[in-house]
Design a protein around this ligand. Structure first.
Ligand code: FAD
Length: 550
């Protein structure tokens, strides 16, 4: 049998092995990892793949380690040492590797190195702008479900004091409103937790830990509507250089001062990790790209206001399927058959058109097969058709669904125009009056500040207020989204949306939706409980597998 290794060779001298050993995870196998190298170096190294017949280890040796102009000893020697040395090493690396990048690289080289960046104490306005990015960035954000947001620092709640508001006559009203929201949030935690506990008492089989976590999560879920967009959060990001560069351009183009300043801070830090990959964001070219985005957005906004400003919005249901393809079934089935024939797509479509419903269903079912869990996902043929939904739901739900990166999503402004949602449980616990008062006061403040500072006024809007946004997604992502987001541990506000999206897709394309077996259409009192119980079992197993401590 011919193996991969038959066509692979790596002949290294003993000295070469010694030189390479700190930088690769092995010296004698065809699959290996790179370690202890600056990201820019790794990117530059891979960029040579496209123009060289050499192995990566050979390129590293000949063109980097042994090339005098690379000053590699300085770079790598420092890189394994302390932080200050690493910065020197990266700076040294930059000049040489920029030449490599200019010589051999294109934009995609900047995708070959990445960075982890933490953004702490940023508002939810800023967090959502970061998370608008899709390709190449993976964010994680502090949870409103697991973390109470009422801790004070130096006697002050942690929300963003927006500079233009704080410099205006609205400053005290702004702080009074946000303090009121956070005070109400704080005051309702204990009574609501007691109500949750009384409504869903612990059964003897549930552990104390699982029950406490589930009831606390439920309480915080119900109260998150009081948190304003100014609420400070932490976002951790892993991304590649290219995605970061584009993100920096986008941050520079936003109307919010906070977000633009955040972009500058992020650039400073990325300059220390992947300088070559993000440097264009701060050049004339980057500034022009930001200007381009900003100008077009502003002009389009003015045009939209001129054209549509007099029309009153109609009230709609939360989930509206506004566009889908009547030909979807034929196209998806043709896409299923396509890779297995040598016919044209049109020929296959013509054939599929002539099939009976039973024959079509057989093809779909064969393709999807036996799905044992939601992780068994249908393939790319399901990307052949798209659905557009117009959604109107509370900002809390928006924040959760916004994170699906495969979708096309665009929101309207954060505003108080569409009213707010008070969870039914808050009413049942008889705590709605306090919540409503704080939310109503926030609406008055938003309108007041909005007259002078419309962009800044968005910071006041609490998550309970509704926002309208548009999503366009293909059938494959629809499977992922509705099954994940309807699952029991999800927040009720987006579970309802996911369930409704399923119903509406199923109504127009029953054969295509038929394999969405893991949509959960039930309603649960304590969403987190089952997940916490599973966690409990895992923890127990983990403890059992631990060696006894010394
Ligand atoms: C109950 C629940 C609680 C959550 N709590 C939190 C929380 O507290 N904090 C938090 O930050 N997040 C939380 N999340 C996760 C977060 O909201 C996810 O970003 C969201 O679920 C969308 O991401 P996704 O990866 O599932 O799917 P999508 O972004 O829709 O992508 C679809 C699929 O494509 C693939 N994919 C997409 N992009 C990439 C990529 N860059 N790299 C590799 N694969 C990719 C993955 O297979 C992914 O599942 C929670 C999710 C759930 C369901």
């Amino acid at each position: 049998m011919v193996s991969m290794a038959d066509f692979w060779e790596e002949s290294l001298t003993e000295e070469e092995g010694y030189l390479l050993q700190p930088f690769t995870t092995n010296l004698d196998r065809s699959v290996f990892g790179l370690v202890n190298l600056p990201e820019v170096v790794k990117g530059a190294l891979f960029s040579r793949y496209s123009r060289s017949d050499k192995s990566l280890r050979r390129i590293l040796l000949d063109e980097f380690i042994k090339a005098p102009e690379a000053s590699f000893a300085g770079i790598a020697g420092h890189f394994t040492n302390n932080n200050a040395d690493q910065l020197v090493a990266i700076q040294q690396a930059e000049a040489f590797y920029d030449r490599v990048l200019i010589g051999y690289g294109d934009d995609s080289v900047a995708e070959l190195g990445g960075a982890h960046i933490a953004c702490e104490g940023i508002s939810n306005i800023a967090a959502k702008v970061i998370e608008d990015s899709r390709l190449g960035l993976s964010p994680l954000e502090k949870s409103t479900r697991y973390v109470p947001f009422n801790r004070k620092v130096n006697g002050r709640y942690r929300y963003y004091r927006e500079s233009s508001i704080m410099a205006s006559s609205h400053s005290s009203r702004y702080e009074a409103t946000l303090d009121y929201l956070f005070d109400t949030y704080t005051a309702l935690i204990d009574p609501l937790l007691s109500w949750v506990i009384s409504r869903t008492p612990k059964d003897p089989t549930t552990s104390e830990r699982a029950y406490n976590n589930a009831t606390k999560a439920k309480t915080l879920d119900l109260l998150r509507g009081l948190l304003p967009m100014a609420t400070l959060t932490n976002v951790g990001l892993f991304g590649n250089g290219r995605a970061f560069e584009y993100l920096l351009v986008k941050l520079a183009a936003t109307p919010h001062q906070e977000v633009r300043t955040l972009g500058i801070s992020m650039q400073q830090e990325l300059d220390q990790i992947i300088p070559s990959f993000v440097k264009r964001a701060k050049t004339e070219r980057g500034a022009k790209a930001a200007q381009y985005l900003q100008t077009n957005c502003k002009r389009t906004e003015l045009l939209a206001q001129k054209l549509l400003g007099q029309i009153q919005p109609v009230s709609t249901s939360t989930v509206q399927l506004v566009d889908y393809d009547p030909q979807a079934e034929v196209k998806v089935i043709a896409a299923i058959l396509y890779p297995h024939t040598d016919l044209t797509f049109d020929q296959i479509k013509e054939y599929v058109t002539s099939l009976s419903t039973t024959e079509r269903v057989e093809i779909i079912n064969t393709y999807v097969g036996e799905r044992e869990s939601r992780f068994h996902r249908p393939g790319r043929a399901f990307e052949e058709t798209y659905y557009t939904f117009d959604l109107l739901a509370d900002i809390g739900a928006y924040r959760d669904l916004h994170r699906h990166r495969v979708l096309t999503q665009e929101r309207q402004h954060y505003s108080v125009r569409h009213g707010y949602i008070v969870p039914i449980e808050i009413e049942e616990a008889n705590l709605q009056e306090q919540m409503r008062k704080a939310l109503d006061y926030a609406a008055e403040t938003t309108e007041l500040i909005g007259k002078d500072l419309p962009d800044a006024a968005e910071y006041v809007v609490p998550f309970a207020y509704r926002i309208r946004w548009r999503i366009k997604l293909n059938l494959r992502e629809a499977y992922h989204l509705v099954e994940l987001r309807s699952s029991r541990q999800g927040h009720p506000s987006y579970r309802i949306i996911a369930q409704e999206m399923y119903r509406q897709i199923n109504a127009v394309h029953p054969a295509l939706a038929a394999n969405m077996h893991f949509v959960d259409l039930n309603d649960y009192a304590l969403e987190r409980l089952a997940a916490e119980q599973r966690m409990e079992t895992k923890l127990k197993q983990h403890h059992q597998n631990q060696p006894p401590s010394a």
